[in-house]
Design a binder for this molecule. Structure first.
Ligand SMILES: [Zn+2]
Ligand SMILES: [Zn+2]
Length: 426
């Protein structure tokens, strides 16, 4: 539709994307105006600004199916025109795409906010631009680098929630790893993603499986922290036969309770993993009781190193999700996710063939395949491990998580595809 006469009264903005150019695209930007009428309100889309882009016809027709059809298919009148008119709700996404498609994305484009990047993805979805194309992934890499290097700014919690989908879609493996790790350690409740306010493209979001896996990883951190902190208590209850065991037990639990992090179950209700670990940094604290012991091994352990080791193990455990492992584990026909399972073989690194270095937990939680396949793998690992075959089991081998496999409880049922925390890996 051509702009009518009133459009020429609008504010104009010119963009020389290509010089020389052989095509002009006039975009009428619209905004929603809400007014009261009678007892209700009426929202109307009104033209608010005219954007004029000077571009290259060839570049746009190679950008994706929308412009290819429009500019090369003789059935469209636009195929023979040198000026094309369009109507848009958000022009920022289109302007950014035009620039990067013409290789004209200068530093000013790196200043775009995360919200603008989301609108770019909506534009890509509408016009068939490919965020996985080299020109797009390179641009996003530079945008990300610029944003993380800005001295006055580091991404906060909400921005990390917003970064998940753009990092995923632009295939930015480092950014995705960093955002997933940040959220798992910093979330004080259930991990969710966040989209910009007013973003109406409801079909653009992370696959819920990814968020399930992040929440499972968070649950796993609590489990491994508890296992290490509880080990001395278990020793006192099951092995100690001396009279001082009660005093030692009391002193240890009291020192833990003084940090605010014990019992863990209560501490994790309102605090993130990171916050709980910081509480434990204060262990044993000045008010900790010291008790003389009989010298038996179960009651003569040093509190601080036990807690220090538990804290560090938990801090190091999870290094974020790996886009490459996610990609190779997605359900496909035949044995196509064989690449993913290759990593679980003896002698093969957990990050074999991946663009980033990582250990077993990143591999494990990046699993996007069918849940029963992972259940089978954990089953097999446990049975090998119990029979002492030396095959690398669930959690073994690549360092990081490197413990032997333990009894597990597996909730079965194929309708529940994920929820891998149930697998009780060691
Ligand atoms: Zn004792
Ligand atoms: Zn990987």
């Amino acid at each position: 539709m051509a702009p009518d006469n009133t459009d020429w009264q609008l504010e104009h903005e010119y963009y020389t994307i290509a010089d020389p150019h052989d095509l002009v695209i006039r975009v009428v930007e619209h905004e929603d105006i809400t007014r009261t009428e009678g007892n209700g309100t009426i929202t109307e889309s009104k033209a608010c600004k005219l954007h004029i882009f000077k571009v290259k016809r060839d570049t746009l027709s190679n950008s994706g199916p929308y412009f290819r059809k429009l500019l090369t298919n003789g059935n469209f009148k636009e195929a023979s025109q040198d000026t094309i008119d369009m109507h848009e709700d958000s022009v920022k996404g289109l302007a950014l795409w035009f620039k990067l498609l013409h290789d004209k994305a200068d530093e000013s484009t790196y200043k775009a906010g995360i919200d603008d990047v989301w609108f770019m993805l909506a534009t890509a979805n509408k016009y068939g631009f490919d965020p996985g194309a080299e020109v797009a992934t390179k641009w996003f890499g530079k945008w990300y680098e610029f944003q993380t290097r800005r001295q006055d700014h580091s991404f906060d919690y909400m921005e990390h929630q917003q970064l998940l989908f753009p990092c995923f879609t632009f295939d930015h493996i480092q950014g995705f790893r960093a955002a997933t790790k940040y959220l798992v350690y910093r979330a004080s409740g259930h991990i969710t993603e966040k989209r910009p306010d007013g973003f109406s493209h409801d079909h653009l979001h992370m696959d819920p499986i990814v968020l399930q896996q992040l929440n499972a990883a968070k649950g796993r951190l609590k489990t491994i922290l508890h296992r290490s902190l509880y080990a001395p208590i278990n020793g006192l209850l099951k092995e100690a036969r001396c009279r001082c065991r009660a005093d030692v037990l009391y002193a240890y639990e009291q020192a833990l309770a003084n940090t605010g992090a014990w019992p863990l179950e209560a501490a994790f209700l309102g605090h993130s993993v990171d916050r709980v670990l910081k509480m434990l940094d204060g262990f044993p604290g000045p008010r900790a009781l010291t008790s003389q012991t009989c010298g038996a091994s179960a009651c003569s352990f040093n509190f601080a190193p036990v807690v220090g080791k538990a804290r560090e193990e938990c801090r190091q455990y999870f290094d974020g999700l790996c886009l490459d492992c996610m990609n190779t584990s997605k359900p496909k026909f035949g044995d196509a996710n064989e690449d993913y399972w290759q990593h679980s073989k003896q002698g093969v690194p957990w990050d074999a063939g991946c663009r980033i270095r990582h250990q077993q937990p990143s591999w494990y939680f990046s699993f996007m395949g069918r849940r029963y396949k992972m259940v089978e793998w954990v089953d097999r690992s446990h049975s090998y491990s119990n029979r002492g075959y030396g095959q690398r089991g669930a959690g073994g081998g690549g360092g990081g998580a490197g413990q032997a496999a333990a009894p597990r409880s597996v909730a079965s049922g194929e309708e529940e595809v994920h929820g891998l925390q149930e697998l009780n890996l060691q």
